[in-house]
Every structure is written in structure tokens, then in C-alpha cells.
Design a protein around this ligand. Structure first.
Ligand code: ADP
Ligand code: MG
Length: 348
């Protein structure tokens, strides 16, 4: 039995899953075989492929009539980072600086993925400006089921925000360890319900939250939001360099407020020049996920708590955001295929 399973190899580790010790709970009853494959990373496409290959390999053994393969993800002790219960893929959304539309992209990305049929959650990790609840028109206080924190829900998204922990106008002063602790709780103490994607709106710049995040969980990848001006691009470069240092794969760059479409005559104007984001992405060898135009209803909707993908889902700007989401999801699959399995260098 185990001999047959040796044909299944882990594409990251380049070894067969038997010698890696991934096969657990092997049971044989007559012609019925059951076992579990325990993976070290929540890499979804690899998981399905392994399950299918393992089933096929065992089915070929004579006398076997049925194969029941389970796949579960175990904590990766080498990296010291836990898979988050109830969450498949964590996507961080960051930016070199504030005001470039990071939260706008994070919220609409979450909605676009959700509208495609995925289960999606969002963590508002922007400790300095936790705006996700405002953009979603959500006022909530966290509740628990006695054991864990229950995320708030809006537009089908599960939502946790730093804002739920602090008053609206209270100054938010976090010291490193507190911050790390709060973030850790958002992963381990929240009852996330079977999420395909958990989006994290990070604070702008390069700092503590991203560092903590990289130490606490395995992030599928980061999206960097930029605007086309040279100054914003320079800051984005730094953000990209930080993710690289933290071993968080870059899913790609989004250029927001990229161009202006005149609502009267549909004339498109590249007020900030054209192609800056695209050029930078190609210079740095990261994917370009798309350009989102300046569109007044985005701003109006976010002030009213009705995001574009809810309020104006057929607009060209909404389509641009949907395309960004599709490309990001594709990059998540690619990143989880090629994720190194012993990645952790702690940066201090
Ligand atoms: N493409 C866009 N068109 C028009 N307004 C936008 C666009 N993207 C963002 N905004 C507006 O710009 C402001 C800053 O966006 P926000 O997402 O809060 O940025 P950040 O999270 O990077 O600080 C918000 O008022 C938002 O509604
Ligand atoms: Mg923001």
C-alpha cells in the first residue's frame, strides 16, 4: 500500500509523500482503504492534485474496491506558523503610503471574490486608520460564542476590524507586542467559517503589522496598491522590497486612480501619465494586476458605506476591480504551488 503511494510526490519538497510522513490513519478493511494525507501548507491546488493521484495509485492495487482519501493541513512546526483554522488563503493588501486606495481595493477585491462564489473574510489590520467598517457601512461590536470571537457580517463578507476594539475617535497607540497579540488573536481566536480567502488590509508603509503577520501565519501573497505618480511609485517599490524580505510572495501591483474617465463624454485622460505601474511591475518582475480609473461613485459609495461592487457593479471601474480580483486569485494558485516550504528568515 505505502509502496504504491510513493508515486505521489510533493512538488515543493521533491520527495514522495510516504517518506515525508504525510500518510496518516491508514486503514484497510477488505477491499476498502482509507487514509489521510497531512500537508504542511494549506496549498489548495496541490492538495486536490495529491488527493487524486493518491486515490488513483491505490485503486490500481488488485483487490482494492474503494479508496477514501482525506487531506488535512497540519501546523508547520519548522516555520512555527500555524495554518489558520477555517481559512485557506490569506491575501495581504498593502501600499507604500496612505490615500492610494488600499482599503478601496481590499474591500472590492473581497466582494469580487465573494461574488464569484468564494467564501471571503476581511481583517481590517490598518491600525492607524481602520476604515473597512466605514466603507462597508458596518457598525459592530464583537461577540463571542463562549469560546471564540464571531466575525461581523456584511454583504456576505466576514469582517473583523481593529475599529471594533477601539472607540470611533479614540487615538490608537499600539506598542509592538500589543499589536502582535491583537493580530494573533484575529487568526487564532476568531471563528472564521470556511474561508477560501481572508483579505487583510494592512497599514501603509513598511512596518510592524506586516512583520507580525509574516511571523504568525503563512500568507499566500501580498497585493501592493499604488497610484501612477512617481512619488507613489517610489514608496510602492519599498513596500514590494519589504514583502520580499518577509518572504511573502507578491501577487502583483494594482494601479489605482490610474486615469480619469469623463462621465459626460467618456474621454479618458491620463492625468498622471501612462504606464508607470505597469513599467515598475515589469522592472521588478512582479505581476501587474490592472488599472482602476478614478471614478467619483467609488468615493461617494465608500463614504456612504456602499462599495462599488455593491452600488455600481456594472460600471467600467467595477469591471476593472473584478479583473484585478481574477488575476489576484490566479496568482494565489501559482504562489501556493511554488511556495518554498522552509521559508522563514526572521527580519528584525
Ligand atoms: N479609483 C478611485 N476613484 C475615486 N475615488 C477613489 C478611488 N480609489 C479610492 N478612492 C477614494 O480615495 C480615498 C482614499 O482611498 P482609501 O481606499 O481609503 O485609501 P487608503 O486605504 O490607501 O488610505 C477614499 O475616499 C476613496 O473613496
Ligand atoms: Mg485605508
Amino acid at each position: 500500500m505505502l509502496e504504491a503511494l510513493k508515486v505521489v510526490r510533493d512538488p515543493d519538497l521533491h520527495r514522495d509523500i510516504v517518506s515525508l510522513g504525510f500518510i496518516k490513519d491508514l486503514k484497510v478493511e477488505g477491499g476498502r482503504v482509507a487514509f489521510t494525507i497531512e500537508l504542511t501548507t494549506p496549498a489548495c491546488p496541490v492538495k486536490d492534485q495529491m488527493r487524486d493521484q493518491a486515490r488513483a495509485a491505490v485503486m490500481q492495487i488488485s483487490g482494492v474496491t474503494a479508496v477514501d482519501v482525506r487531506v488535512r493541513e497540519a501546523v508547520d512546526p519548522a516555520a512555527g506558523r500555524a495554518a489558520v483554522p477555517g481559512v485557506k488563503n490569506i491575501i495581504a493588501v498593502g501600499a507604500g503610503k496612505g490615500g492610494v486606495g488600499k482599503t478601496t481595493v481590499a474591500v472590492n477585491l473581497a466582494l469580487a471574490l465573494s461574488q464569484c462564489g468564494s467564501k471571503v473574510g476581511i481583517i481590517d489590520g490598518d491600525i492607524y486608520g481602520p476604515n473597512v467598517p466605514i466603507m462597508l457601512g458596518l457598525k459592530a461590536e464583537l461577540t463571542t460564542d463562549g469560546q471564540k470571537i464571531i466575525p461581523a457580517e456584511k454583504f456576505g463578507l466576514q469582517v473583523i476590524s481593529m475599529a471594533f476594539l477601539t472607540g470611533d475617535d479614540a487615538p490608537i497607540i499600539w506598542r509592538g507586542p500589543m499589536l502582535h497579540g491583537a493580530l494573533q488573536q484575529f487568526f487564532s481566536e476568531v471563528r472564521w467559517g470556511n474561508l477560501d480567502y481572508l483579505i487583510i488590509d494592512l497599514p501603509p508603509g513598511t512596518g510592524d503589522v506586516a512583520l507580525s503577520l509574516s511571523q504568525i501565519v503563512s500568507v499566500a501573497g501580498a497585493i501592493v496598491v499604488t497610484t501612477p505618480q512617481q512619488v507613489a511609485l517610489a514608496d510602492s517599490r519599498r513596500a514590494l522590497a519589504m514583502y520580499k524580505k518577509l518572504n511573502i510572495p507578491t501577487l502583483g501591483l494594482v494601479e489605482n486612480m490610474s486615469y480619469f474617465v469623463c462621465p459626460n463624454c467618456s474621454h479618458e485622460a491620463d492625468i498622471f501619465g501612462h504606464g508607470g505601474g505597469e513599467r515598475m511591475a515589469s522592472d521588478l518582475g512582479v505581476p501587474f494586476l490592472g488599472r482602476v480609473p478614478i471614478y467619483q461613485p467609488i468615493r461617494e459609495g465608500s463614504d456612504r458605506g456602499v462599495p462599488l461592487l455593491i452600488g455600481d457593479p456594472d460600471s467600467p471601474a467595477a469591471h476593472a476591480l473584478i479583473e484585478v480580483a481574477e488575476r489576484a486569485a490566479a496568482q494565489v494558485s501559482i504562489a501556493s504551488y511554488s511556495r518554498p516550504t522552509i521559508p522563514l528568515t526572521v527580519v528584525r
